[in-house]
Design a protein around this ligand. Structure first.
Ligand SMILES: Cc1cc2nc3c(=O)[nH]c(=O)nc-3n(C[C@H](O)[C@H](O)[C@H](O)COP(=O)(O)O)c2cc1C
Length: 169
């Protein structure tokens, strides 16, 4: 990591506008490595990542997604799959850990990213068809990645609202 992990967690924001500047292969590889090292139940690693750079394909994925029209603008999209054959119980949850690692790593490398949900059935079916994903796999999300063309501020509920000590009340 090139940045302190706490600073990275605190300052990363979802970025939906990107510069027309390619993302270097070695940065994409570092992001994939970060996904690979995510924790998973029983260390089953029930995930697969499809790196999409092709503009025509990104345009099609953007159309197929409900809330990810900006996938057509981000130079890279990483589509994250879950594999129920590897883990019947955690094939949806564990890939989320990989996504968190990837978006934090993207930020620490100076890149912007945004998580794009693909869990509604019609988007998922369309993604599967476009990317030749086996029937048995699930599409979890797409991560749009590129050099940021916007700055965003964050907003979170205060700790006093979301934390209690020893018991709930
Ligand atoms: C499970 C999940 C699904 C998300 N899906 C989308 C999405 O489809 N489109 C989008 O623009 N942002 C999506 N986001 C990004 C959230 O909107 C964003 O993380 C949230 O508003 C907080 O903003 P921040 O990431 O800038 O702190 C998703 C985030 C998560 C964790």
């Amino acid at each position: 990591m090139t940045m302190d992990v706490i600073e990275t967690i605190r300052n990363r924001r979802s970025i939906r506008r990107y510069l027309d500047r390619p993302v270097e292969d070695d940065k994409v590889e570092q992001i994939l490595e970060a996904g690979r090292w995510a924790p998973s139940a029983d260390n089953l690693q029930p995930w697969h990542f499809i790196v999409v750079r092709d503009g025509v394909m990104r345009q099609k994925l953007a159309q197929a997604s409900g809330w990810g029209k900006f996938l057509k603008d981000s130079p890279v999209a990483i589509v994250v799959l879950g594999d129920p054959q590897r883990s019947s119980k955690y094939h949806l949850a564990d890939p989320h850990n990989a996504v968190m690692n990837m978006i934090l790593t993207a930020y620490s490398l100076g890149l912007g990213s945004c998580w794009v949900d693909v869990r509604d059935m019609s988007s998922e079916q369309e993604f599967k068809k476009l990317l030749h994903v086996p029937k048995s796999m699930r599409v979890i999300c797409a991560v749009a990645i590129g050099y940021p063309a916007e700055e965003r501020t964050g907003r979170r509920r205060p700790l006093s609202e979301i934390v209690s000590y020893e018991t709930y009340e």
